[in-house]
Design a protein around this ligand. Structure first.
Ligand code: 6PG
Length: 215
């Protein structure tokens, strides 16, 4: 089984659509994939702001994934109840060692211009959460109620991939990559023993100093 968590926003949408087309559509062993979400806006799936709604259009509705292997966050209940509900779903889906967090094989993350990632926004209490796996927050752009995974889960992943695109992210990409260890939400993504990969397009990488090795 392969446990992966997707982020929302616009950046991942082109990748989602690409994965649902040949040759990837036939190459990927979908029968073993379990899809989760890093965060979600608390709106109906039909709402344009819904992360699951976008992923259902771009990917989920186009791949042979059994419904029981698709785990959208509950966006139609009181946010705090939704957070608890999703923690329960994680606990049921993962083979969990006692007292340990779920260990995702792969988590995709985006980067906001303010340095947020997932729905972990600068200055929010959720950044300090060390026990809960999923919490309800309010914030972001659009400013709304959201559910988000927390660092205890995110930093346990075997592989974390930031995908960043566009000139408007270049300043924050430079800040994050050239001053690691800072307080910004994306700077606090530090895998416990996993790998952190940055996929950055040329525009978003354009402020990086030349010596910065870009794989
Ligand atoms: C969300 C996302 C969020 C996103 C960044 C980047 O639900 O808003 O998970 O963390 O990844 O805001 O968004 P864009 O890809 O649209 O720039």
């Amino acid at each position: 089984r392969f446990f992966v968590a997707l982020s929302g926003g616009s950046t991942p949408r082109a990748m989602h659509r690409t994965l649902a087309q040949e040759p990837h559509l036939s190459e990927i062993p979908w029968h073993g994939v379990h899809l989760f979400w890093v965060d979600e806006r608390c709106v109906p799936w039909e709402d344009p702001a819904s992360n699951y709604g976008a992923a259902r259009e771009d990917l989920v509705g186009r791949i042979p994934l059994p419904g029981k292997q698709v785990h959208p966050m509950p966006a139609d209940v009181v946010p705090e109840d939704g957070a608890l509900e999703y923690e329960g779903e994680l606990a049921r889906a993962f083979p969990l060692a006692e007292g340990h967090e779920p260990v995702f094989d792969l988590i995709f993350l985006g980067l906001g211009r303010d340095g947020h990632t997932a729905s972990l926004f600068p200055g929010h209490a959720a950044l300090e959460e060390r026990e809960r796996w999923v919490v309800a927050v309010k914030g972001g752009d659009p400013d709304m109620h959201r559910l988000t995974m927390t660092y205890p889960v995110l930093n346990r992943a075997r592989v974390l991939v930031f995908m960043v695109s566009g000139k408007d992210k270049a300043e924050m990409v430079r800040t994050i990559l050239e001053t690691p260890g800072g307080p910004l939400p994306a700077q606090r993504i530090r895998p416990v023993d996993g790998r952190l990969i940055w996929l950055i397009d040329r525009e978003a990488a354009s402020f990086l100093s030349s010596h910065q090795s870009l794989a």
